[in-house]
Ligand binder design. Structure first.
Ligand code: ADP
Ligand code: ADP
Length: 226
């Protein structure tokens, strides 16, 4: 169960750039919401405020009715997948996937079973002992997704996860992430500048421009608007 609400959210960076200006989004449990818009429109900043990686200047973020503005990232029951994968280069795939559970002091057996389960879902079992430099871009992205899955978070955040992949792999991974959403029944918030990605993946699409929301609705409702 995870409803995420952004109420009158504002982000002003040090130096005065207003990156996000009064954004309101109601995200339902198990919804797949895509934030889409051109580079610099405030998508990534919005996602990073939900993750707790940026302070919220004004407004309120709640998850299941609980105010989250001041919660540390690790206390938010959220996992994020980054565009650049953000894998630790000196660690094996297995250790990369286990890391977030280790720092949260999960038992060894629980960590092993969760890593094995996630590796099975993503079909990366045979990569577990490799280091990131021995992986292709698509494999690295699978590991990054695996690292998020093992946490079993209520909310998944994706920040342009496919933009470093070639076109063919991008289409394949779109389908896989959509299938993962169905399988895990989690709330997912996904940032992209790619309109086709937004239209094919989102239950709800939030179109941003210049830090404000221009349109919000289902893919069909956006097609039908003038
Ligand atoms: P998007 O993800 O849509 O490309 P961002 O959220 O990254 O947009 O950026 C929104 C605006 O905030 C841009 O004008 C960008 O230059 C600015 N910005 C982003 N990060 C910072 C930062 N750390 N400090 C100052 N300004 C920033
Ligand atoms: P982006 O492409 O979203 O701009 P960055 O490389 O700027 O990504 O990193 C964004 C954030 O990711 C940083 O604030 C950093 O704290 C966090 N980060 C970096 N590595 C990891 C990691 N391995 N696990 C979780 N968070 C990470």
């Amino acid at each position: 169960m995870a409803e995420v609400k952004l109420k009158d959210i504002v982000k002003v960076y040090d130096g005065g750039v207003k990156a996000v200006d009064n954004v309101n989004i109601d995200i339902k449990d198990e919804e797949f919401v895509v934030l889409v818009g051109p580079s610099g429109c405030g998508k990534s900043t919005t996602l990073r405020m939900i993750a707790g990686l940026e302070d919220i200047t004004d407004g309120e973020l709640t998850i299941d009715g609980k105010r989250m503005n001041e919660e540390a990232p690790k206390d938010r029951d959220i996992a994020m997948v980054f565009q650049n994968y953000a894998l630790y280069p000196h660690m094996t795939v297995r250790d990369n996937m286990a890391f977030g559970l280790k720092i949260r002091k999960y038992a060894k057996e629980e960590i092993e079973s969760r890593v094995a389960e996630a590796a099975g879902i993503l079909e990366i079992e045979e990569l577990l002992d490799r280091k990131p430099k021995a992986l292709s871009g698509g494999q690295r992205q699978r590991v990054a997704v695996g690292r998020a899955i093992v946490r079993k978070p209520k909310v998944f955040l994706f920040d342009e996860p496919l933009s470093n992949l070639d076109a063919k792999l991008r289409v394949q991974m779109r389908t896989e992430i959509s299938a993962l959403h169905t399988r895990l029944q989690a709330t997912m918030i996904y940032v992209t500048h790619d309109q086709i990605e937004a239209m094919t993946m989102g239950d709800k699409i939030v179109v941003m421009k210049g830090g404000v929301i221009q349109q919000i609705g289902s893919p069909l409702s956006l097609y039908n608007e003038p």
